[in-house]
Design a binder for this molecule. Structure first.
Ligand SMILES: [Zn+2]
Length: 184
């Protein structure tokens, strides 16, 4: 641990506990806090009552492109960008706060959350690494997650043009409207 002060450690534990409550995987906790793997495992078990799952983490950017995940990811990313730009939160604090706001928005619109906190974390990393970016929908003006290095001059989002199979499962969330509420 770089800084062993009690205050720093208490802060790290609080961040880790929040991430665990939101469902974060162990790798995320290891990268976002300076706590040891042993401490994190202990904390995880204490909060969740079980050990963290050992499965592979979702590394692919493709998941964010499928229809419903894309709408949810775009909503989250809009909130995240807004918070980073308009607050002095650290990256991990912005992640936690945006994810809570995302869950709130989903709850208000009556949808089920599709994006996990671990996927949200990957999304931020993919955007920071310029593997993903936001493109503006030419119909609604909302910003949506797309692959970098492709042309999006006539981009139309999945809310404006849902695939025919979507039918009644069309999400009720609105990315642009949601952002307005976050600001207020
Ligand atoms: Zn649109």
């Amino acid at each position: 641990m770089r800084n062993k002060s009690v205050v720093t450690e208490a802060y790290q534990i609080r961040v880790a506990a929040e991430l665990i409550e939101l469902g974060a995987r162990l790798q995320l906790l290891q990268e976002e806090t300076s706590l040891s793997r042993e401490r994190l495992l202990k904390l995880y078990k204490e909060i969740k009552g079980v050990s963290p799952s050992k499965g592979m983490l979702p590394y692919s950017t493709d998941w964010f492109m499928s229809w419903s995940p894309n709408i949810h990811s775009s909503l989250f990313m809009g909130i995240y960008r807004f918070l980073v730009k308009n607050s002095s939160l650290s990256e991990v604090e912005a992640l936690v706060k945006s994810y809570r706001l995302y869950l709130e928005q989903i709850g208000v619109s009556g949808d089920e959350p599709v994006l996990s906190i671990t996927r949200a974390w990957f999304l931020v990393r993919f955007c920071n690494a310029n593997m993903l970016q936001l493109a503006v929908c030419t119909e609604c003006g909302g910003q949506f997650v797309v692959h970098t290095n492709e042309l999006y001059g006539d981009y139309v989002c999945g809310i404006c043009h849902p695939p025919s199979r979507a039918g009644k499962t069309k999400p009720k969330i609105r990315t642009v409207a949601a952002l307005g509420q976050v600001g207020g």
